[in-house]
Design a protein around this ligand. Sequence first.
Ligand SMILES: Nc1ncnc2c1ncn2[C@@H]1O[C@H](COP(=O)(O)OP(=O)(O)OP(=O)(O)O)[C@@H](O)[C@H]1O
Ligand SMILES: [Mg+2]
Length: 464
Amino acid sequence: MDGVNNKHETEPLAPPQEGTHPTGLRVTLRDGRAFESRGSATVGRASSHATTVQIALDDPTVSAFHVDLTPTHDGVEVEDVKHSRNGTWYHGALLRKGVVPNGSVVTVGHTDLYLQLVFDHAAEPPREESFGELIGNTPAMFKAFRDLRRLAPTRSAILLRGATGTGKELAAKAIHACSGRKGNYVVVNCAQLTTTVAEDAICGHVRGAFTDAKSERKSPFEVADGGTIFLDEIGDLPLEIQPKLLRVLESHHVTRMGESKERPVDVRVLSATLHDLRAKVNDGSFRADLYHRLVHTVVWLPPLEDRRLDIEVIARRFLIPRPEADGCLRSNGYLRSITRPVLDALMARNYPGNVRELRHFVELLDDLAKGPTITMGDYDEALRYNRGECGEGDGHSASPGRLPWKDHKSHALQQIERAYFSSLLKEMGGVQTRVAKAAGINRSTLQEICERCRLFPDEKDGAP
Ligand SMILES: Nc1ncnc2c1ncn2[C@@H]1O[C@H](COP(=O)(O)OP(=O)(O)OP(=O)(O)O)[C@@H](O)[C@H]1O
Ligand SMILES: [Mg+2]
C-alpha cells in the first residue's frame, strides 16, 4: 500500500441536526467519480458477476467484497468484510469496524473513498442540496435550488439576481439542462453590446448587408431556436439597444440585417444581473416593457457572507478532482482532506468575489499543500500568495527549495500579472473596457486574468 493512500486525516462535516436521519450515502473517488446508494452499500472489485456490489472499483488490490458502508445518525459505519485482501484504512490505521464522521476519507487497496451522508426528509419540503453544478447546505440555497428545479421545465422567463460569483451563470446552464428543451443553449453578454455592434449581435446579418459582411451571421436567437438564450449582465444593456431586443421578444421573430424576411424563433429567455433592474426602470435607464418581457420571476442567489455554513461544503467540493471546462481532469494526485482550524479560518474570511473567490483560494491551497491533509501552515502560505506577499525576496514560501521550479515560476508570473492588472484597474477606476484597451488585450482575456488573479473590479463594463 503506498503511503499517500493510507494516511488521510479528516475532519467531520457538520453533524446532522436533531431528528434527521441519513437515508443514503454518496461515495466520491479521487478521479471525481461518485456513487450514490440508498441505505447501505458494499464496496468491492468490479467484475461482471458482482451484482451485489454497489460500489464497484477498477482496483485489482481491492477484494471482490471489501467493505460495507452504512449511513447512521453519528456518521458512516464502516465494516471491513472478513478476509478482505488488505483491509480498510482510516487515519493511517487499520479499521475492522467503527463509525467514522460524515466527510471522512477511508482507503481500500489503492483507492480513497470520500464518504458523505445523504439526507432525505419526507416530512419537510424536499431538501435540494444541489442544482446542476451548484451546491449548498443552507436554507437559502435549498430554497433557491427548489425554485430553480420547479421553474426549469416551464416557459417562465427567469431573472437570476446575485452579486458576482454567486453562480448565476451556472444556474442558467442548469436550468436549460433540466428544461427538456432540445435546442441549443446560447449566452449573450449584454455588457459587450455597444450601439455599433448591437443590431448585428442580436439579429445577425446576411452576406453583403454591410461592407465587411463577407458571409452571413445567424442571430443568437436562431442558434437558440428550440432552446434557451441566456442574456448575461442584462442590467448593462444600453438603453438605445433595448428596443431591438424588445422587438424580437415580442414578435418571436428576427429579421437579419440586410433582408426583410422575418424568421420565427422559439426561444426560452433567461437573464442575469448584479443590479436591481427595478431601480433602473425607476430611474429610466431600463425600459419597463422590456423588464416585463424578461422577468416573469426572479431567483435570488445570496452572497456567501449571508450563508457562511455553505463555505465548508463548497470548499470540500473544490478539493475533489473534477473535469474542468476544457475536459481535462483537475487533479494533483491527492484527494486532500482539510483540518477543522483551516475550515474555521475559511469560514471566517470575507469573499467579495463570493464562491468564485472561495474556489480560487481553495484551489490555491490544494496546489500549495504539501501532504494529504491541508493544514494551517498551508493556509498561511496560501494567504500570503493571495495577498501578493510571496514575490521575489520572500525567503520562506517562494524559496526554490520549497517549490518545484514549474510552480515557483508560475506563482512568480502570477504575482507580476496581479500587480500589473491591480494597479491598472485602480488607475482606470475599475472600468474593464478601458483596462483591456490600455493593456492591449480583449475584454474576455481580461476577465480570465481577473478571475485567475482574484481581482474583482466594481464595474464590469465600459463607463457610461
Ligand atoms: N453554489 C455553488 N456551488 C459550487 N460552485 C459555485 C457555486 N456558486 C458559484 N460557484 C463557482 O463560482 C464560479 C462562478 O460562478 P458563475 O460564473 O456562475 O457566477 P456569476 O454569478 O455568473 O458571476 P458574475 O456575476 O461575476 O458573472 C463557478 O465557476 C463555480 O466554480
Ligand atoms: Mg456570470
